[in-house]
Design a protein. Sequence first.
Length: 96
Amino acid sequence: MNTLQIIEEMNANPALAEDLRTVVLSRELLAIPASISSIDERLDKLVQISEKHETRLDSIDERLVRLAEISEKHETRLDSIDERLVRLAEISEKHE
C-alpha cells in the first residue's frame, strides 16, 4: 500500500485516521489541544480580572480627583480662617 492509498483510506474511514494519528503522534502531541484550551481559558480569566482592575482603578482615580478638589476647597477655607484670625488678633490688640 502506497502513501496515496493510505491517505485515500484515511479519508474514507475517519476511525482509521484517528487510530493512525494515535499510533504516529505521541501522547504529548495529542495533549497539546487540551493544553491550549486550558491556556485559552486561563487567559480569558486574566482578561476578565484585568478589566475588573481597570474599572476599579478608574473609580479610584475619580475619587482621588474628587479628594484633591475637596482638599483645595479646604485649603482655601483654612486660609480664609487664618486671615480672619489674624485680623481678630489685630483688633484685639487695638482694644487692649
